[in-house]
Design a protein around this ligand. Structure first.
Ligand SMILES: *Cc1c(COP(=O)(O)O)cnc(C)c1O
Length: 370
């Protein structure tokens, strides 16, 4: 590949130098911002940064004041979009402690994303350490109640060079954003638009990795959804253009009248950690879960016949969003009469209770940071 990664292994000793912010937000300022943080607009005082170059490997691990990055105008990411990211949350428990949910799975996926994008893979222990250190230093920013601290690890190609090749330098960073409950007053069912003009992923492409480019390419389809009065877009497969893949940033499940669940198989979709957790929890309780292709035509027919009871989208940010209505160029149809279904809502509660430490954690998913 032309990139030497041989310095990477054995850096799990990488120690973070901690340099607390000189001018953190005042308590009053923070309280005002935490009152109604919304999603992704309020940020904490610090960030984690680790750098990579070919001579030093991963180095310069720091927790420092959140600030601008100096980026040369010729930095590779600004031209060829070598960028990947993750999303996970820190949850405040009733006892005042703090949980992370499956950060090892995010670290593994981040490493897989790096490999697909020909970027230097970050050792998983360094990813987890960066996240934990940031949560500890910014713990005062973690909202109570149904809020959480959204963590955004990401990596950009920073080499100054306009040639098309994998960058020889990278910046890995983690920033944090307190978020309120995604839905005020409980999850409202979303309406989704079936995109027939655009696809998000083909076999051999980047659909299964969390790279910014996938999102850039989905925005036009999402705008089309909004134009048609829908909340979200759902993509079909790129070959036959009839199998349901996923939403712009969430996976999808279907609930049938025999109690079984089905979800599109891995391959071109993003392997969601929420998706994986739902499959595990459903199987724990004896529910049959199929990972199999499902066409939009079948969805319409099953909704009409009553065979399909519910559909829901899932991801870290919103946990579970019931789908109430499906719109497409060939007409609209309702799912569970347009209301939030009991299976979606029950699964949501199950997952959220584990995340906040209110229910037992049979799969060892919780990592207590504080
Ligand atoms: C992040 C993401 C998801 C959800 O993944 P989680 O690990 O459950 O948060 C689903 N689809 C896409 C395209 C994503 O980027």
């Amino acid at each position: 590949m032309g990139v030497s990664f041989d310095k990477i292994d054995g850096v799990s000793w990488l120690k973070f130098e901690i340099q607390p912010a000189a001018n953190p937000a005042s308590e009053k300022d923070r309280a005002a911002k935490l009152k109604d943080p919304g999603f992704g607009r309020v940020f904490t005082d610090h960030m984690a940064v680790v750098r990579y170059n070919q001579t030093e490997g991963w180095h310069g691990a720091r927790i420092e004041s959140r600030a601008n990055f100096p980026l040369d105008p010729a930095a590779a990411v600004l031209h060829y979009a070598q960028e990947i990211f993750e999303g996970l949350k820190a949850y405040k428990r009733d006892d005042g402690g703090v949980n992370l949910f499956r950060p090892d799975a995010n670290a593994r996926r981040f490493r897989n994303s790096a490999e697909r994008m020909a970027m230097a893979p970050l050792p998983e222990p360094v990813f987890i350490e960066a996240v934990e250190q940031l949560v500890r230093i910014d713990r005062a920013w973690i909202p109570g109640g149904e809020g959480s601290l959204y963590l955004r690890p990401f990596m950009v190609a920073s080499e100054i060079f306009l040639g098309v090749k994998p960058s020889a330098e990278y910046i890995f960073a983690v920033i944090a954003s307190p978020v309120g409950s995604y839905f005020k007053g409980g999850p409202a069912p979303v309406s989704i638009w079936v995109s027939e003009n655009y696809t998000r992923a083909a076999i051999g492409g980047t659909g299964a990795v969390k790279c910014g480019g996938n999102y850039a390419a989905s925005l036009r389809a999402q705008a089309e959804a909004i134009d048609h009065g829908c909340d979200q877009v759902v993509f079909l497969d790129a070959v036959e253009r009839r199998y349901i893949e996923e939403l712009g940033g969430m996976n999808i499940f279907f609930v049938f009248d025999d109690g079984s669940l089905s979800t599109p198989p891995l391959g071109t979709i993003l392997p969601g950690i929420t998706r994986d957790s739902i499959i595990a929890l459903a199987r724990d309780s004896g529910t049959r879960v199929r990972e199999e292709p499902y066409t939009v035509g079948q969805w319409r027919a099953d909704a009409a016949s009553g065979k399909l009871k519910e559909a829901f989208a899932c991801g870290t940010a919103a946990v579970i969003s019931p789908i109430g209505k499906v719109c497409s160029a060939s007409g609209d149809f309702l799912v569970s009469g347009g209301a939030a279904g009991p299976i979606a809502m029950g699964m949501r509660k199950k997952l959220v209770d584990i995340q906040y430490g209110r229910a037992p954690d049979p799969h060892d998913w919780i990592r207590k940071v504080l």
